[in-house]
Design a binder for this molecule. Structure first.
Ligand code: FAD
Length: 404
C-alpha cells in the first residue's frame, strides 16, 4: 500500500504539536512533512527576554532538534500558494509539495488597523527578528543619548501601544531594563519615561478585572505611566497622535493588532469568519474539504490566539487524520479556556492555577515551570534543560547574537 502524505504548513505551536502527535501514533503508515518558512519554532512566551538583552536560545527552538528522530521530514520553505483541489502546495523555492492531507498552521501577523503612519513609524514585537531589532534600537538610543550633545528628549521616551498580555509583559521588563541601562550609561533615571497606551477603558481587557487591577498596581509601582481610552490615530516621525493627546517619542512599540496570516485569504475554497479566520467543523476540518485541517491562530475557534489552543488543536487534527486513515470515528474538538501566566517585570507574575490566581514570586516560578514543561514535551530531556537554561544567558554571551 502506498504511503499517504500528510503535509503540515507552519512550524509554530500548532504545526509542531500536530507533527509530534502524528509521529507518535503507533498506527502511522504515512509520510509526515512539515514545511515552515523558519527552521525553528519561536517560543513567544519568552520573546520579551530578547528585547531586554537576554539570549534567544530559550525562544528559538530548532525544528531539527524537535524532530531529531527523523520521523518527520522538515523543510524550510515559504509556501506561496495552496491548491486544495489538486492537493498541491507551492514554495517560494520553486518546490511543489503534493499531499493527501494538509494541516494549515500558519499563525497570525501584525495588523495596523489602517492607522496612518503606524507601519512605517512603529516597531513590532511579534517575532525573534522584531525583538532583536527592538533591543538594538534601545541600545542605539542609550548610546546616542550618552554621546556628546546627545539629549534625552524623544530618545528616552518609550511608548508601548496596546495593553494586552504582550504589551504588559514587555512594559514590565522594559522598566527594569532601562533602569539597568541608565546605570550603565550613566544617564539619570529621571530622564526615562515609559508609557503604556490602551484604546479601551482598562488594561488586560480579556482578563478578569481583579487581575487587571493587581497588574496595574504592579506597573504603577515599577514607575510606568498608563493611559486608557486613548485609541491610536496617527503616527509620524518621532510623534504619535492618540485620541486627545500627542506624544513625542523615538520609540513607538505596536503590540495591539493581529490578524490571520495573509496566505489563508489567498487559498481558494476556504470560508472565513468576520475576523478573517478560517471556519472549521467540530473535527477542525474546513467546510468544503475533508482532507484540509486548520489549527491555531488562523482557525475560527474559541480561545484562538493562544499557544495553548494551537497545541490542543494540532493534537486533535493529528488524531483525526490518523482516525480517518484507519476508518475510525473522529474526535470532536472541545475548546478549553487556556490558563494564563503573565510575567510583569523580573521575578513577578500573575499565574492562574485552578480557580485562583497566584501573584508575585510564586506566580513567577510557576510560569518558569510551565516553560520547562513545554520544552520537555517537545524535546529530549537534556535538550529541554539546555533550552530552559538558555534564557538565563545574556545576549552577548550567546551563540546566536554577535556582541554589540
Ligand atoms: C509576544 C507574544 C507573547 C505570547 N505569549 C503567549 C503566552 O504566554 N501564552 C500563550 O498561550 N500564547 C501566547 N502568545 C500567542 C501565541 O504565540 C500564538 O497564539 C501561537 O503562536 C499560535 O500558534 P500557531 O501555530 O497558530 O502559529 P505560530 O506559532 O505563529 O506558527 C506559525 C508558523 O507558520 C510559519 N509560517 C507563516 N507563514 C508561512 C508560509 N507562508 N509558509 C511556511 N511557513 C509559514 C511561521 O514562521 C511559524 O513558524 C504570544 C504571542 C506573542 C506575539
Amino acid at each position: 500500500m502506498e504511503k499517504k502524505i500528510i503535509l503540515i504548513v507552519g512550524g509554530g505551536f500548532g504545526g509542531v504539536a500536530c507533527a509530534l502527535a502524528l509521529a507518535k501514533d503507533s498506527r502511522l503508515y504515512a509520510k509526515i512533512m512539515l514545511v515552515s518558512d523558519k527552521p525553528h519554532l519561536e517560543y513567544t512566551p519568552t520573546l520579551y527576554q530578547i528585547v531586554v538583552g537576554r539570549s534567544p536560545l530559550e525562544t528559538c527552538i530548532p525544528l531539527s532538534e524537535i524532530f531529531s528522530d527523523g520521523n518527520v521530514v522538515c523543510v524550510a520553505d515559504t509556501i506561496i500558494s495552496v491548491n486544495l483541489l489538486e492537493k498541491k502546495a507551492l514554495g517560494s523555492s520553486g518546490s511543489s509539495y503534493q499531499f493527501d492531507y494538509v494541516v494549515l498552521a500558519l499563525g497570525s501577523q501584525t495588523s495596523y488597523f489602517n492607522i496612518p503612519g503606524l507601519a512605517n513609524f512603529s516597531l513590532g514585537f511579534k517575532s525573534i527578528t522584531e525583538a532583536v531589532q527592538l533591543n538594538r534600537h534601545i541600545l542605539k538610543l542609550f548610546n546616542e543619548c550618552k554621546a556628546p550633545h546627545g539629549s534625552a528628549d524623544t530618545k528616552m521616551h518609550f511608548v508601548i501601544v496596546g495593553a494586552g498580555a504582550s504589551g504588559v509583559e514587555l512594559a514590565g521588563e522594559l522598566v527594569c531594563y532601562t533602569e539597568t541601562l541608565a546605570k550603565k550609561y550613566d544617564i539619570p533615571k529621571s530622564l526615562i519615561t515609559i508609557d503604556l497606551i490602551e484604546a479601551t477603558s482598562r488594561i488586560l481587557s480579556s482578563f478578569l478585572p481583579t487581575v487587571a487591577l493587581k497588574v496595574e498596581k504592579r506597573l504603577h509601582g515599577l514607575g510606568l505611566n498608563i493611559f486608557t481610552n486613548r485609541p491610536m490615530q496617527r503616527a509620524e516621525v518621532q510623534e504619535l497622535h492618540l485620541k486627545g493627546l500627542t506624544m513625542k517619542s523615538d520609540t513607538i512599540i505596536w503590540t495591539a493588532g493581529t490578524e490571520p496570516n495573509e496566505l489563508f485569504a489567498k487559498i481558494a475554497g476556504l470560508t472565513f469568519d468576520n475576523k478573517g479566520r478560517v471556519i472549521v467543523d467540530e473535527y477542525l476540518r474546513t467546510r468544503n474539504f475533508k482532507h484540509v485541517f486548520v489549527v491555531g491562530d488562523g482557525a475560527a475557534t474559541p480561545y484562538s490566539g493562544m499557544a495553548q489552543t494551537a497545541i490542543r488543536e494540532g493534537t486533535v487534527a493529528a488524531k483525526n487524520i490518523m482516525n480517518t486513515l484507519a476508518n475510525s470515528s473522529l474526535v470532536i474538538y472541545e475548546p478549553k479556556r487556556p490558563y494564563y501566566s503573565l510575567p510583569v517585570g523580573p521575578g513577578w507574575a500573575a499565574t492562574l492555577i485552578g480557580p485562583i490566581t497566584v501573584y508575585g514570586k510564586i506566580g513567577w516560578l510557576l510560569r518558569k515551570l510551565a516553560n520547562l514543561r513545554y520544552f520537555i514535551s517537545i524535546l529530549p530531556f537534556t535538550k529541554a534543560i539546555i533550552v530552559f537554561r538558555g534564557g538565563k544567558i545574556l545576549c552577548k554571551n550567546c551563540k546566536i547574537c554577535a556582541p554589540e
